[in-house]
Design a protein around this ligand. Structure first.
Ligand SMILES: Nc1ncnc2c1ncn2[C@@H]1O[C@H](COP(=O)(O)OP(=O)(O)O)[C@@H](O)[C@H]1O
Ligand SMILES: [Mg+2]
Length: 265
């Protein structure tokens, strides 16, 4: 079963992500933790938004629910026009492969495999023929400045290179939405700079990005800051029309697939 042929419908202008009244409570030993208490967010196609807010305010929970890695208690998430909430695990996995690329603070690379294989694998799992997946992986590694590291084990790469590899992997299936949870949090300033430059380039190419960060310098690369507090998105900006730092989603009209490569076409 291949899922990759249907991922590039042009939907310019519409919101890639709509979050409404999202609620999530974790049962903990002492008292339940209300991680999300009615979060709302609209993310137009092509926008690069940085989510900021104090530790524990629900940023990672929001990303995990959007990625379908966990289930909300209440509220709605719509991704590329399809409801995420109320889906079975299998359907969520399918939607995730089709629409989501996700990057974590600690890379989560497969250490026993080459850099290239780390990028090939998710595409093969999603049903892309191996030869095509390998071609695209090589193109992605080139694009992300890792062309000469294809055969290297992730462990020999620098922190910045490891995170760039994790980003290449996240892009393997041409995701509608690229999610990143503190992607520079474990990097030194040089590595952080490399990674932010990459996000900037991907955004310039039309990639929709939702990135969590503590770092003002990192957030400055985004076109919009989404502030969270106590499980909610606060202030102007929940709907993407205000609170923007500038270009206001004009990239939303560009063609998705910033990193579409010849191998993928
Ligand atoms: N799996 C879990 N079980 C129990 N509590 C959790 C779990 N995940 C997150 N929490 C709690 O939910 C709140 C929000 O967490 P999180 O979304 O990780 O915040 P942030 O990413 O903004 O730091 C925190 O109080 C955290 O301790
Ligand atoms: Mg977090």
């Amino acid at each position: 079963m291949t899922e990759t042929g249907s991922t590039t419908e042009a939907r310019s202008g519409e919101d890639v992500l709509v979050v409404r009244n999202l609620r999530k409570t974790y049962e903990a030993e002492e008292a339940p933790v209300r991680a999300l208490r009615g979060a709302d967010l609209d993310l137009p196609r092509g926008q690069f938004a940085a989510v900021m807010g104090p530790s524990g305010c629900g940023k990672s929970t929001l990303l995990n629910l959007v990625a379908g890695l966990d289930q909300a208690d209440e509220g709605e998430i719509t991704l590329a026009g399809e409801a995420v909430t109320g889906r079975s695990e299998d359907e969520l996995a399918r939607m995730r492969r089709r629409h989501i690329g996700i990057v974590f603070q600690f890379f989560n690379l497969l250490e026993g495999m080459s850099a290239q294989e780390n990028v090939v694998l998710p595409a093969v799992v999603a049903g892309t023929p191996r030869k095509k997946a390998e071609g695209r992986a090589r193109d992605l590694l080139d694009l992300l400045g890792l062309g000469d590291k294809a055969k290297a084990a992730p462990g020999v790469l620098s922190g910045g290179q490891r995170q760039r590899l994790a980003i290449a992997r996240a892009l393997a299936n041409e995701p509608t939405l690229l999610l990143a949870d503190e992607p520079t949090g474990a990097l030194d300033s040089e590595g952080g700079h490399e990674v932010m430059e990459l996000f900037r380039r991907l955004h310039a190419g039309g990639q929709t990005i939702l990135l969590v960060t503590h770092d003002d310098d990192v957030a400055a690369a985004a076109e919009r800051i989404v502030r969270m507090k106590d499980g909610r998105v606060v202030g102007a900006g929940a709907d993407g029309s205000a609170g923007s730092t500038g270009s206001g989603g004009t990239a939303g009209t560009s063609t998705p697939g910033a990193v579409t490569t010849s191998a993928a076409g």
